[in-house]
Design a protein around this ligand. Sequence first.
Ligand SMILES: Cc1cc2nc3c(=O)[nH]c(=O)nc-3n(C[C@H](O)[C@H](O)[C@H](O)COP(=O)(O)O)c2cc1C
Length: 311
Amino acid sequence: MSEKMAHTNSSLHVEISSLKLENPTMLAAGVLGVSGLAMNRVANAGAGAIITKSMGLEPRRGFPNPVVAQVQGGILNAMGLPNPGIRQLAEEIQKIERKTVPIIVSIYASTPEDFAAVACEAVKSGAAGVELNVSCPHAETGGAEIGQNPDLVEQVVKATVRNVNKPVFVKLTPEVTNISEVAKAAENAGAEAITAINTVKAMVIDVETAQPILGNKIGGLSGPAIKPIAVRCVYEIYEAVRIPIIGCGGIVTWKDAVEMMEAGASAIQVGTAIAIEGLGVFKRIAQGIQAFMEKKGFDGVKEIVGLSHKE
Ligand SMILES: Cc1cc2nc3c(=O)[nH]c(=O)nc-3n(C[C@H](O)[C@H](O)[C@H](O)COP(=O)(O)O)c2cc1C
């Protein structure tokens, strides 16, 4: 198949709420999604949608170095959500040439009112939708402690949905006893999609110095090591909600993507794999899904979604 076809093949099209994607791959939040130039490269590389770095109301510097450490099967990061503040975003979004690629702005805040305020700014900046990051494992405030509490999730989603007229996604942490309960709270409050999962709280120690390697000591694990956790979460959420699920965590190959879709994901996000595979990963995954569908005689991506739930 030619490279162009992977962009345009209509059987790869997916719709997440009102958003139309040319293929089910998305850039995961925080990985290359800050500068317009980097996002432009991701769009030109064939991503079906882009999630930006999580942005707050005000600029934030992030944690001291080192902020990333490599481990077996993945990486640990504790960036501390560094970002230039939501008001700087419009200029960056304008640099993206492929206007057919929806830009979903990931946002964080510590109160429902602030989530709504950041979301309004994001939409003013040209966001096609917003993804609420209520799941950062190393944020000082407004991270996983929101995503671990269904009532808080409901309040944050309600406040945001009331104030913006674009689709609202909610990104969940796997670090809860019952992820379905949190997903249902988000759905009941008006979320239009669930993204699962964010990174998993983890730590790495240098044995010689006996000190934690990351500046923040604790970080979030991503990459292939967390894929089975993500697949399990998507599977459980699929049984609990009717809104689309976007699978994220450890996806490197088209097979990983298909597995996530069989678990129940309508689309998938790729983060850490970009460091392993480069930006070609989006086209390779899309082409692999296409070839899989042809082999199975499927006419559209929808036919893969949730297959593992059928006997
Ligand atoms: C360096 C780095 C920065 C990240 N920053 C964010 C962020 O700003 N907001 C967010 O919601 N998730 C962030 N994440 C989490 C990813 O979006 C994704 O949920 C996680 O890495 C699992 O997917 P992966 O295994 O494909 O990387 C970050 C991940 C990495 C590796």
